[in-house]
Ligand binder design. Structure first.
Ligand code: FAD
Length: 390
């Protein structure tokens, strides 16, 4: 997928984006749209399934316990609709998102007040109402749920490809199968890949699970942990009973331990429902499958047996993906503390897909030094000061 559609006047790019996952692709899209001469570099041939952005579907929602995410999601939806128009492809299917938890939980109360504050259509649903409206779920009487009406399914692989297609159409250069080996800082940054040297005024590092490998030589030791996540599909006992056509929503079930279980209706693989644990064993991304995942399968099997009795209790299909987690589960969107023309977008902690249009716009604004559209104070590197010494 290597392209060279425009020529460089002085041989120096305005920006190089390292990593063509969803965050790097969204960043490159915004930069090229703003007429920045941009090169997007990806280590593997595209598309690939080694990072965090592959697969057909992701959950999107406005429901968040931290209201700054709900605020940003309004913009994320608008930009996703704009991308649908530009690329001529459908990226979203509305299903509603059920946020389930104990009736007295702080998380649920915070989700409800975030939705209220930002004028998002939602309902609070008791466990008996849940049983009536979503008969596929078996929940105990002390549970309740917030239904975020605008929650739904994102066509993940189509979205990432739409970002890349539009990036190229706006004049961007994309080089895949070309790992970045080193980044030499300076007013003009030199990026060395397996195939050559590139000069640029700014670099955005959006390397997902490999972020630490690129950042350590730049003196930045961020507390990022990679987790292997199992993407498990469970067969419906009655075909279609958990489908969008039967109004089955996407859902997140907040637990005390483990953190959460989430799921999507049968859709991309008819008859199979995606139900996953929001957690997994720590890994090196280059050795992703050399780890025991029995406990993850067992945890989700117990959940399915107890709460989704209309599904078989053995997963029919198991795929793998990676989270890159920060200690507080908030992202990192910031400048390098020493070199302000090196930007970092990392640590999306298993929830960065839906918000990628906002991430791309925010990094683009940092590079172009325009007025920021969002409050990025939650995402600063200096919150990890003790472990991120230069
Ligand atoms: C199973 C699963 C379910 C999820 N569900 C949801 C969900 O429902 N909703 C949601 O919003 N989010 C969800 N997420 C999270 C979301 O998918 C991630 O936050 C997002 O994909 C992170 O994208 P990224 O661009 O940071 O990382 P990646 O997709 O990993 O992209 C990083 C890219 O950088 C490249 N790279 C790394 N090093 C180099 C180098 N040296 N040179 C060149 N290229 C390099 C990598 O090859 C990779 O392509 C889920 C994630 C998983 C794994």
């Amino acid at each position: 997928m290597t392209t060279t559609t425009t020529t460089m006047d002085d041989g120096v790019y305005d920006a190089i984006v390292v990593g063509a996952g969803v965050e790097g692709s969204a960043t490159a899209y915004h930069l090229a749209k703003q007429h920045q001469r941009t090169l997007l570099i990806e280590q593997f041939p595209l598309p690939h399934s080694r990072g965090s952005s592959h697969g057909q579907t992701r959950i999107t929602r406005k429901a968040h316990a931290d209201d700054f995410y709900t605020a940003m999601m309004a913009d994320a939806y608008q930009m996703m609709f704009q991308l649908e128009k530009e690329a001529g492809v459908k990226l979203y299917r509305k299903t509603g998102c059920l946020y389930i938890g104990p009736a007295d939980s702080d998380t649920l109360n915070n989700v409800e007040s975030s939705l209220q504050k930002h004028g998002c259509v939602h309902e609070k649903i008791s466990s008996s109402e849940m049983k009536a409206r979503f008969p596929g779920f078996a929940v105990s009487a002390d549970m309740c749920a917030i239904l975020d009406s605008e929650g739904g399914i994102l066509r993940a692989d189509k979205m990432i490809s739409a970002f890349q297609t539009m990036f190229i159409r706006f004049g961007g250069h994309l080089r895949d199968g070309e790992p970045v080996e080193s980044i030499q800082p300076g007013n003009i940054v030199t990026v060395k890949t397996s195939k050559g040297l590139y000069k640029t005024r700014n670099v955005a590092i959006a390397a997902g699970p490999w972020a630490s490998k690129l950042l350590k030589p730049l003196g930045l030791n961020l507390p990022l942990k990679c987790k292997k996540i199992l993407v498990m599909y469970w067969k419906e006992r009655t075909r279609g009973s958990y489908s969008v056509d039967r109004n089955f929503p996407v859902f997140i079930h907040k637990m005390k331990h483990p953190t959460a279980i989430y799921g999507l209706p049968s859709d991309e693989y008819p008859g199979l429902v995606k139900v996953c644990l929001h957690h997994g064993p720590e890994i090196d991304p280059d050795l992703r499958d050399e780890v025991d995942v029995t406990w993850v399968k067992d945890t989700v099997r117990e959940y399915v047996t107890k709460h989704m009795p209309g599904l078989e209790s053995v997963p029919s299909v198991v795929e793998s993906c990676i989270y890159t987690n920060t200690p507080d589960s908030h992202f990192i969107l910031d400048r390098h503390p020493r070199w302000s023309n090196i930007l970092i977008a990392a640590g999306f902690s298993g929830s960065g897909f839906k918000i990628s249009p906002v991430v791309g716009k925010a990094v683009c604004e940092l590079i172009m030094k325009t007025t920021p559209s969002y409050d990025l104070s939650y995402f600063r590197i200096n919150r990890f000061a003790p472990t991120s010494r230069m």
